[in-house]
Design a protein around this ligand. Structure first.
Ligand code: GAP
Length: 512
């Protein structure tokens, strides 16, 4: 189920060519999406911003583009064949399948909303003298709900880390959680369900081999560790970064592009000397948050969520959460993965994966700190925050996308005031100068007001209007999307004017 603001974003995305449901003419493939003309531009700009910051600005990080298909032993070594599972439960009446942990999490959300209701009531009752912290620590109802919340979430955490499926089914029954479709609590047992998609390669039945579609890009980096070291002479500490598709057979298909079956990750594995990994983990936590904030969507939209229940291979892990329309949710994961992956690949491949430290004369298996962000979630964070509806002084309304100028899909539109008297030709001359440098549009049809609205709706930061004076004095008016202010500039300066305001270098300078 999507909330109202997410619904508006979804329909805006479709109407203006940002995101479409996959195979929509066949009624749509669930949890798979296509990026339209403007969506693919925005996505490319986000990739480029990540790549430039991660690979070009960092002197000790190199890039990689490994294949989606890998030898299936990769996934045995990494543990995905045995343990990349979600706990699932079916309702016998509706025949619907759910993630058992999510049913409990939704129950917890209901308790949270009861707490928030009590707080709102308190605010109304006490007015300006209301102290939220004091209220939360003294109000008997809030205390009761908070205690229950804490107990259930502790139990859930323990059950998930100890793989206690029976306990999870009992908890669902004990909390009297009903299937939202059938309304009954006629549940099956909880079973583990592997999230990897598989396919087969081979020309005949005898030599076919089961292959998996990679569920993360990280393993392509690990298996190429020696290739990269040997071909680049990289010295530890150093990182390998890559952007690419990943696939997971997610059971819960909703919340638009937040949880998809085919999605894109931007991951970086940073190889360090054992014993120094927690220092690097802290450094990367800080660095990644700084990168997110440099986009300028709003500093208070991010928070860390440090993991209490660590995966067996990690000695520290956290998420950078973003305030999506559905609340704070994971945008990026930062994990200190120890030497788990390299050791496992060493064992499985029977090839030594060692780094020789020239200073100490010792060889060791490096430890790894990983940063892993979902590109589609980043895309959603930008669109959801940028979508604005505004009432104007003249009584009309406008919908605009306040996308940071530097990543906007179209940087500039050239608009002749009228479609006659030589204005379209002059506009075309200007367009022909700037299109080599920026993604821009030439829009001639309809009233100038309508064309401004169209550009606002797709988030174009600058509109260049060509009027009758332009024919005489070689100048144009440039309108700013956000405050609709206008200024007159010489056409000779147009490239530097647009570049100063939209270059990705502005963001990179903010960041470094
Ligand atoms: N290599 C580590 C790894 O894959 P993860 O926390 O499972 O870690 C990393 O995934 C990031 O990938 C998440 O923070 C999220 O942004 C994105 N992601 C994971 N599953 C996704 C899905 N089904 N749809 C969209 N993005 C997803």
């Amino acid at each position: 189920m999507e909330n109202d603001s997410l619904k508006k974003i979804i329909s805006h995305c479709k109407a203006f060519g940002f995101v479409f449901q996959s195979s929509e003419i066949y009624d749509g493939l669930s949890a798979v999406y296509d990026y339209g003309p403007l969506g693919s531009e925005l996505k490319n700009n986000l990739k480029s911003y990540w790549w430039k910051a991660m690979v070009h600005l960092e002197q000790n990080i190199v890039g990689l583009d490994s294949a989606i298909f890998m030898d299936p032993k990769t996934w045995e070594a990494s543990g995905h064949v045995d343990a990349f599972n979600d706990p699932l439960i079916d309702n016998k009446d509706s025949k619907k399948r759910y993630r058992a942990d999510v049913l409990v999490e939704e129950y917890l959300l209901k308790i949270e909303s009861k707490i928030n209701k009590e707080i709102s009531k308190g605010k109304k009752r006490f007015g300006d003298s209301f102290d939220e912290n004091e209220f939360k620590s003294t109000n008997p109802r809030v205390l009761k709900y908070s205690k229950k919340h804490q107990e259930i979430s502790n139990r859930l955490g323990e059950m998930l880390s100890s793989n206690d499926l029976k306990g999870l089914a009992e908890l669902i029954n004990e909390l009297e959680i009903n299937d939202p479709v059938s309304g009954t609590s006629n549940w099956t047992d909880v079973k583990q369900f592997n999230l990897m998609f598989s396919t087969e390669v081979g020309s005949n039945t005898e030599n076919t081999k089961k292959l998996y579609l990679r569920p993360e890009t990280a393993q392509g980096i690990f298996v190429n560790f020696l290739n990269v070291i040997n071909s680049t002479r990289s010295k530890i500490p150093f990182g390998i970064a890559q952007i690419g598709k990943a696939f997971r057979n997610e059971i819960i298909a909703r919340q638009f592009i937040f949880r998809m079956r085919e999605f894109e990750q931007m991951e970086m594995q940073f190889f360090v000397q054992p014993g120094t990994e927690l220092e690097w983990y802290d450094k990367w936590k800080e660095q990644r948050l700084k990168w997110h904030k440099s986009l300028g969507l709003g500093n208070d939209l991010y928070r860390f969520h440090d993991h209490k229940n660590l995966a067996h291979y990690a000695n520290a892990a956290c998420d950078i959460e973003f305030k999506f329309p559905m609340g704070f949710k994971e945008l990026e994961g930062i994990h200190s993965r120890t030497d788990f992956d390299l050791i496992k690949h060493q064992e499985k491949s029977k090839k030594k994966i060692l780094y020789f430290d020239q200073k100490s004369g010792e060889s060791y298996v490096p430890y790894v700190v990983e940063t892993s962000i979902g590109l589609d979630r980043l895309f959603l964070s930008v669109l959801a925050t940028s979508y604005k509806e505004e009432a104007l002084a003249d009584g009309s309304n406008r919908t605009f996308l306040k996308i940071p100028f530097e990543i906007a899909p179209v940087k500039c539109a050239v608009l002749p005031l009228n479609a006659k008297d030589g204005l379209p030709e002059k506009a075309k001359d200007i367009f022909d100068i700037i299109r080599f440098k920026f993604n821009c549009q030439l829009d001639i049809k309809d009233s100038i007001g309508k064309r401004y609205r169209r550009q606002d709706a797709i988030g174009t930061p600058l509109c260049v209007t060509v009027d009758y004076d332009s024919l005489k004095d070689n100048s144009v008016t440039v309108r700013n999307r956000d405050d609709m202010s206008q200024e007159r500039i010489s056409i000779d300066n147009i490239i530097s004017f647009i570049d100063d305001r939209t270059s990705i270098i502005n963001l990179l300078k903010n960041f470094s």
